[in-house]
Design a binder for this molecule. Structure first.
Ligand code: EPZ
Length: 429
């Protein structure tokens, strides 16, 4: 399997264009199941996850055509007919977000059989809230042998749904199902993440009537059918935040473009507090680090607009070389410190207790062989490698390929020494 090797020590100087958001693109792709007309998504990232979901959608009857033209990367999705309502375990277990085809399938055809996704390395990640929302909309749900069997032969009905905890995926799933329900659906305690607003805009361009996304109450007035549309995927705030942290780590000056700085204010505020220069621009942000060492600062992850859990690992990497002790609290997922022992292999001084990590900054990391455990953890190791003395090799980078488009290219364009080592076909143990 492929690995990434990083020689630490180079400063980063240059420009990095931010790609379309993975976590929005995969929900927007699922929306193509809701109409028999084509949905054209522009500003599409080309990632393992989008390719993977494309494969599942093709099995359900969607034609998926990628093109790279003057208008950038696009994907055309067209489902004139749903030819299968079956999403098998081997596909859903590899990418949890595949589970979000369930709601659109029930909404369009009145039935579906979709595998339960199972847990993953960052936590148990149940889907009870997704299923409760679909049941509230009138779907009859049965669970057998790891599969969800769903039926709504007379269509879904609008409902008032109050989520007991905030869930991005469950809010998106309820929106994707309720757009074709009869009557009005109101989602209370909805997630407010920017990807929800992107989904609302795409669904409305398809003829849906959704309002309130980005607030805790979303109202969906069901319509009888949706039509085709063209929609541009929102910039990836986690990718933007990751490169902002990389620039703060390596030093130098990096301009992030094709982005929206307002989407990562909580991170930018923390970078400023640590002593980093942050200049917001019309389409992104410039990150400058001229001081020798940043100050340690504390963070606590929270739902948007709080500090994103998907940036926690990267920030921990930054704090490993900061001056002083940083406390990092993870409140969204119960097991999201898998990167800590790997960072310790590079010489970081970290202790983890429950949902809190204490990171005591060291003056120098040392290159070592480390292993990626999930998508964001793997990029935190690359960031640490940017300043570690000598060479750091990150294995199992298929995690990285799920969510970062052309990572080596974007970093080397700014002067980093990062290269991909092609695998020899030997599986990693
Ligand atoms: C999305 O996951 C993102 N994934 C995650 O990014 C992100 O970390 C997370 O939102 C929080 O921002 C995608 O968009 C594909 P949740 P999601 O439902 O929707 C619990 C990445 O690296 N919960 O908001 O699965 C759950 O266990 C990924 O790109 C239930 O208990 O997150 C968690 O503790 C990782 N029951 C909390 O809610 C449910 O039915 C929030 O999860 C659903 C969730």
């Amino acid at each position: 399997m492929d690995r990434i090797a990083i020689i630490g020590g180079a400063r980063l100087n240059g420009e990095i264009p931010v790609s379309g958001a993975k976590n929005s693109a995969i929900k927007l792709m699922a929306a193509s199941l809701l109409t028999d007309e084509p949905l054209r998504l522009t500003n599409m990232p080309r990632l393992a996850d989008t390719r993977f979901l494309g494969k599942l959608l093709m099995r359900l009857g969607v034609s998926v055509t990628e093109s790279d033209g003057a208008d950038g990367q696009q994907t055309l999705l067209h489902a004139p007919e749903i030819t299968s309502g079956f999403a098998p375990y081997e596909l859903v277990s590899q990418m949890r977000a595949s589970f979000n085809v369930l709601g659109p399938l029930i909404a369009r055809t009145g039935q579906a059989k979709v595998s339960l996704p199972g847990g993953c390395t960052i936590g148990a990640r149940p889907v009870d809230l997704h299923l409760q929302a679909l049941e509230a909309l009138g779907a009859k749900i049965d669970l057998h042998e790891g599969y969800v069997y769903a039926q709504a032969p007379r269509g879904l009905q609008g409902a008032e749904i109050t989520f007991p905890i905030v869930s991005v995926g469950a809010t998106e799933h309820a929106m994707l199902a309720a757009v074709l329900a009869q009557g009005t659906t109101v989602l209370h305690n909805a997630a407010c993440e920017p990807e929800l607003i992107d989904l609302q805009e795409c669904l409305n361009a398809m003829g849906a009537k959704v309002e309130g996304a980005g607030t805790s109450t979303v109202t969906i007035t069901g319509v009888a059918r949706l039509h085709g549309a063209t929609h541009s995927v929102i910039p990836d705030r986690i990718e933007m935040g990751t490169y902002a942290v990389a620039a703060a780590m390596a030093g130098g000056e990096v301009r992030l473009t094709k982005a929206r700085p307002g989407l990562i204010d909580s991170l930018l505020d923390k970078l400023e507090e640590a002593g980093c220069g942050v200049e917001r621009t019309a389409d992104g942000v410039i990150i400058r680090r001229n001081v020798e060492r940043l100050k340690a600062v504390d963070i606590e992850t929270a739902a948007f607009p709080g500090f994103a859990t998907d940036l926690q690992a990267q920030f921990m990497a930054l704090m490993t070389v900061a001056d002083g002790e940083s406390r990092i609290r993870e409140t969204i997922f119960e097991n999201r410190f898998m990167h800590a022992p790997e960072l310790m292999r590079l010489g970081a001084d970290i202790s983890v207790s429950g949902g809190e990590a204490r990171v005591r900054g060291v003056s120098q990391l040392e290159g070592a062989e480390v292993m990626a455990t999930d998508l964001r953890a793997s990029v935190s190791l690359v960031i640490a490698g940017l300043v570690a003395r000598g060479e750091t090799t990150v294995s199992r980078i298929y995690h990285l390929d799920r969510g970062f488009e052309r990572l080596e290219e974007k970093l080397t364009a700014c002067g980093a020494q990062v290269r991909r080592i092609q695998g020899d076909g030997e599986p990693e143990l």
